[in-house]
Write a new protein. Structure first.
Length: 524
């Protein structure tokens, strides 16, 4: 153990007793000699202690006594081993604290040290003498140098000094605890001296609890303690001022709470009417929403129908165009046929002329040309019939051409009508499409309005519930204010108190709650 590891308090005592590192090493050597007798010494001490009833009362059981003996042996082994550090100092403090706690008087503690030191020193001397005798030979001569008497004296003095050091430290801890106990005793006497004042104060507080705030402490101790009397008087006056303020404030609170309750009831009625109106609006908007949805659906269907009609009109226009083209081809073919018929008619005319000439020539020929004349006559008849047929065909073809031209004109008119119908249908389709889009947009907006109306209805209903809760709370507040007024009316207080006695809380000063108190000086 180094010198720096020793606590200053212990180092100072060791220096005064001249116990240095050499002496501590010497204690370690002594421990080997006296350790064997230490247990026997403690057994003898506790056996003697057990024969004294005034000492055995400090131990509740034999087990506790054995525990104390074991701890003493550990403590003395540490002390005689020269282990004089912080652990040893704490051990002496624990011993002193324990003795003070159980009330062991110092006389028995010092006597125990005397017995312990006496036995240790005696055993050390006997052991040294025995060792000296063992070193003498058969003829009485010493076989080794005789022990130094100064060494034995230093060992005995070291045991004594160490024991006194331990007793000093333990007694210091004991006395510190005794000083604390003395302070506690003085404090208890002081508390006892205030007992009468406490009883008087308790009586006054009981009267205060019953509502009497005009009584005072009646006690001789109270007369000697002006501060207590004045403080109690100021407390009563302050409470009286607060009670008066509570009376006034509770009346105002009751009046305002009832006013709030009436206003809340009126607001609740109005909000209820608003809720009913919003419900009607919501139902109407719901019906309107369904109607607009139906219109949007029908408009969408009409848009589809118009689109199909427009497509069919386009197809009709194409058919008319093809018909007009076919009519043109028929007219062209009829013209060509008419031209061919004209050629046939010319041929028939020429044939008739040739047949006529042939008949003339046959007549000139006489009987020789008679047969040829018959043939010429037949040819003329055929030519006339061909001319007649050609005229009839030409007439029919002319009528056909007129019919074709009329058909072309009608088809042209039909095509124009179809184009007009197509244009109208396209315009109608655009209008119906716009109507459908507008109806869908209107339905969406009406749905948003319906949602907003529903939310507004829910918010209004929630406000109605909150207003009803506020009404109930204001009614309850009015009832509580009335009960508070009845409660504070049971207190007996001074209406007028001195400026020194008056106690006004900071919050009430700020609000001016005492500004309209009466100054009649009566007890109420």
């Amino acid at each position: 153990m180094t010198e720096t590891s020793i606590p200053p308090e212990l180092a100072e005592r060791l220096a005064f007793l001249e116990i240095g590192s050499r002496e501590r090493r010497q204690l370690g050597q002594l421990q080997q000699k006296v350790r064997g007798s230490l247990g026997a010494v403690l057994d003898s001490f506790y056996e003697k202690l057990g024969r004294r009833p005034e000492l055995t009362k400090f131990f509740s059981s034999p087990t506790q006594q054995q525990t104390a003996r074991r701890r003493q042996e550990e403590h003395w082994a540490q002390l005689l081993g020269g282990e004089l550090g912080a652990d040893y100092l704490n051990s002496t403090r624990r011993i002193g604290d324990a003795h003070a706690r159980i009330g062991l008087e110092p006389q028995w503690y010092i006597a125990g040290y005397a017995l312990l030191v006496e036995r240790l020193c005696a055993d050390l001397v006997r052991q040294t003498v025995s060792e000296q005798s063992a070193r003498r030979g058969f003829w009485g001569r010493s076989r080794s140098p005789a022990p130094d008497g100064d060494l034995l004296a230093s060992q005995v003095s070291l045991i004594i000094k160490t024991a006194f050091l331990d007793m000093d430290l333990s007694l210091k801890a004991y006395m510190q605890n005794v000083d604390v106990a003395e302070q506690i005793r003085v404090e208890q006497e002081r508390i006892s001296s205030l007992g009468v004042l406490t009883e008087s104060l308790a009586d006054a507080l009981e009267q205060m609890a019953e509502g009497d705030l005009v009584q005072e402490i009646d006690s001789a101790e109270a007369d000697r303690s002006n501060r207590m009397s004045n403080a109690f008087r100021k407390a009563c006056a302050g409470l009286g001022s607060i009670i008066l303020a509570v009376r006034d404030t509770s009346g105002k609170v009751e009046s305002r709470a009832r006013s709030i309750s009436d206003s809340s009831e009126d607001a609740a009625t109005r909000i209820g009417e608003q809720v009913e109106g919003l419900q009607m609006v919501a139902r109407t908007i719901g019906e309107l929403t369904e109607s607009v949805k139906s219109v949007a659906t029908e408009a969408s269907k009409a848009d589809d129908t118009v689109s199909r009609c427009c497509g069919e009109t386009v197809q009709g226009g194409e058919v008319v165009a093809r018909t007009i083209n076919a009519m043109g081809k028929i007219s062209s073919s009829s013209n060509q046929i008419s031209q061919i018929i004209g050629v046939i008619d010319d041929i028939a005319l020429q044939t008739n002329l040739l047949a006529l000439n042939a008949g003339v020539e046959a007549a000139r020929a006489g009987d020789a040309g008679l047969g040829f004349g018959v043939v010429a006559q037949e040819i003329r008849a055929l030519a006339r019939r061909s001319a007649t047929a050609a005229k009839e065909i030409k007439s029919l073809i002319g009528e056909s051409l007129e019919d074709v031209e009329r058909g072309v004109r009608l088809v042209d008119e039909t095509g124009g009508a179809l184009r007009s119908i197509q244009s109208s249908v396209e315009q109608l389709g655009e209008a119906v499409g716009q109507i459908a889009s507008g109806a869908q947009a209107q339905a969406q907006r009406i749905m948003e309005i319906n949602t907003s109306t529903t939310q507004l209805e829910a918010a209004t209903r929630a406000n109605s519930i909150r207003v009803q809760e506020a009404t109930d709370s204001s009614r309850a507040l009015a009832v509580d204010a009335t009960d508070l007024m009845k409660l504070v009316m049971n207190f007996k207080v001074r209406e007028r108190v001195s400026q020194e006695e008056k106690y006004v809380p900071r919050e009430l000063k700020t609000r001016g709650a005492f500004g309209d108190q009466k100054k009649s000086g009566q007890l109420v």
